[in-house]
Design a protein around this ligand. Sequence first.
Ligand code: PBG
Length: 339
Amino acid sequence: MRAGNLDCVTLPDLPAFPVSRPRRLRRTPALRRLVSDVALRPADFVLPMFVREGITAPVAIASMPGVVQHSQESLVKAAAEAVDAGVGGLMLFGVPEAKDAQGSGADDPDGVLNVALRRLHSELGDATVLMADLCLDEFTDHGHCGVLAADGSVDNDATLARYAAMGLAQAETGAHLLGTSGMMDGQVAAVRAALDHAGHVDTGILGYAPKYASGFYGPFREAVNSSLVGDRKSYQQDHARTVSDALAEVALDVAEGADIVMVKPALPYLDVLRAVADAAPVPVAAYQISGEYAMVEAAAERGWLDRERIILETLTSIKRAGASIVLTYWAVEAAILTS
Ligand code: PBG
């Protein structure tokens, strides 16, 4: 409120201008640094990597510029570089040469993913956190995350047996965390029971819950040479539900033994991430997925966005919303930028 008498200059208790000035703390880089709340650390970032059977040199993924399908050899080298850059972990996806209805390559010890995990574990030991995607979609000829019933629907309980077998094969390789990403009901319990029964009590489970049926997975389909026709809406979550659906999924995963839960995708679901981070009694991760990566790379390529700035802004937003771990295809670059 202004002083009533404008001629009077002796009314310091009635200022003509705002007293509270948030801009004071934004004035210099040092002031901004002093009051910033969200910090990015290299160890926050996990690098998803693709390993493809039957190739001798990396193959580019057109819709994910800068990301490749690795050969076993190039994978080992790139993984070591990522670990040297300080990333917190690696998440491995396999791209097999042959696929079948059961996804047999998934639990075959000689399958592309298990071979890669074993090799990475022998090269890197406990120097990083080695994670494995535990899902059938890369290995099935129909491209679904589970096996199919006679009517063509995804058979939940028959799939659980396949996940248990896949989880055992992955645990045998020395992988530290298994990422149950298939969205079958009871998948964490089934894998946990199989692991414990076989003595793999220290192998952890990263539960993908909540995981939404999202168009942002588009480029990933190219990355794993997916043969999927249709969509995953009968098992992945509907983005039009409120966060209660997400919290129910998280509660189930935690009750079934998940050691970490992960929200996926990340940027379009920050409200869900916040709610999960507030409720979950375990660490919370978020997956900045292929489509989130692709849209920034595409816009940056055209000069429409400042790439590096956007990378850091999106990662900071994901952490601010409550993730303590972020899976991102920019993990190595982000680790270098923040170290
Ligand atoms: C399932 C899985 C998918 C992704 C991670 N795990 C594909 C899907 O659910 O359709 C997508 C990751 C990305 O888009 O970057 N194996």
